[in-house]
Design a protein around this ligand. Structure first.
Ligand SMILES: NC(=O)c1ccc[n+]([C@@H]2O[C@H](COP(=O)([O-])OP(=O)(O)OC[C@H]3O[C@@H](n4cnc5c(N)ncnc54)[C@H](O)[C@@H]3O)[C@@H](O)[C@H]2O)c1
Ligand SMILES: [Zn+2]
Length: 371
């Protein structure tokens, strides 16, 4: 198939492009080489057999040009910093909501484009869920609201059952959990997702949108302090600075290796028949402290992570995916263990320059949102 990958110069996009090329697809990339991600230069890893279009998804004419002649789109271009979206909401809503809406106007207004399209895949995010899902021994599965600030101020980190007040254990999140959209980024990704599902139905183009969990691996920007906790920790460690961890470090996340995400995208393109939304994670959970310690150890450094016992309002305590739907309907099965994926990440980073901008991003966050 002739496939357009937007954001194809980025982290997930470039791995997706490589896999598509490997499987014999003909790939076109649309990317604007966002300065915050690429630091003012074009990455050297871009697949040489892909056709490269430089342009902005905010420009409808760019979309028309990029979409002409393609049979499928994998739309990944977006602004990706959750915290930053809370002091630059216009930038996020523009790129992620309006940028996606532009794609649909370009399709709607050009029947020759629409008639060629057999599949659209887009990137949503687990961030739409907000707080994770839990089980109370007495009350079963609960989808709680985010923890009240006065509870966090007391250092009570675990989520309490709204009925009995007992601590609850996290369980995998399923796709039917109602969204909470606790940040402008999450809301803008929910727009991407809803537009994909809505127009999948009205335009009758089979469409799949993925709620990726925490993606990590080679090529994640080591100079972008706004996204990707593994990359942020790695930049800290490579500069001999301690990774900074909020709360007590025991919160869990679902870390999925980027090549598994690329495989999910390709399966959606080749196999998914119906318009649908899927979680994309491993279904396994690991604590943030463990991620920090693993990266320190793999880099052979003598650093202790800095566990601050401070909190960021709106952070979820625990979240990880239930991937049953993607397993069943797409045949998705993650291949990479956390250990082998982290080793691959660190091996790649050995000859990469990591600019640690964490302190700068923290100062910005505190200036705009308070400590
Ligand atoms: N990395 C994760 O853990 C994660 C988790 C959930 C969802 N996602 C989603 O996956 C997608 C890819 O994320 P990533 O981690 O590869 O990020 P990334 O920043 O590495 O890649 C995004 C790419 O989009 C490009 N881009 C940004 N704005 C653009 C615009 N206006 N026009 C054209 N191109 C533009 C950037 O230059 C970049 O190459 C995004 O939609 C993101 O929201 C990522
Ligand atoms: Zn209870």
């Amino acid at each position: 198939m002739k496939v357009l990958v937007t954001g194809g110069a980025g982290f997930i996009g470039s791995h997706t492009v490589d896999l598509l090329v490997e499987r014999g697809h003909d790939v076109r990339i649309l990317d604007n080489f966002e300065n915050q991600v690429h630091g003012g230069s074009r990455p050297t890893y871009i697949n040489g057999t892909a056709e490269l279009t430089s342009g902005d998804i905010l420009d409808k004419k760019t979309w028309v040009k990029a979409l002409t002649g393609v049979e499928a789109v994998i739309h990944l271009a977006a602004m990706v910093g959750m915290g930053q979206s809370m002091y630059q909401p216009v930038r996020y809503m523009m790129a992620n909501s309006i940028g996606t809406a532009n794609m649909y106007e370009a399709i709607i207004e050009n029947p020759e484009i629409k008639n060629n399209l057999k599949k659209i895949v887009s990137a949503s995010s687990k961030s739409i869920y907000g707080e994770g899902s839990y089980r109370c021994g007495q009350h079963g599965v609960i989808n709680p609201v985010n923890r009240p600030v006065d509870q966090l101020a007391r250092g009570q980190w675990e989520v309490l059952c709204p009925h009995c007040g007992n601590e609850m254990a996290p369980v995998g999140i399923t796709e039917d959990k109602p969204p909470q959209n606790l940040a402008a980024y999450a809301l803008s990704k929910y727009d991407t997702e809803r537009l994909t599902l809505m127009f999948g139905d009205t335009l009758k183009i089979p469409s799949i949108t993925f709620r990726y969990f925490n993606v990590y691996g080679p090529r994640q920007s080591l100079g972008n302090p706004y996204t990707g906790v593994a990359a942020i920790f790695l930049s800290r460690v490579k500069n001999d600075n301690p990774p900074v961890i909020y709360e007590d470090g025991k919160m869990v996340r679902d870390f999925i290796f980027v090549e598994d995400v690329a495989m999910g995208n390709v399966l959606a393109l080749e196999k998914g028949r119906e318009t649908d939304v899927f979680n994309l994670g491993t279904g396994k959970s690991v604590t943030i402290e463990q991620i920090a310690r693993t990266l320190i150890e793999l880099n052979g450094r003598e650093i202790e992570p800095k566990i601050t016992n401070e909190f960021r309002p709106g952070d979820s305590r625990h979240d990880f995916a239930d991937i049953g739907r993607a397993e069943k309907k797409l045949g998705f099965k993650p291949k990479w263990s956390l250990k082998s994926g982290m080793e691959k990440l660190v091996e790649w980073s050995d000859d990469q320059k990591a600019v640690d901008k964490f302190d700068q991003a923290e100062k910005e966050r505190i200036r705009y949102l308070g400590g």
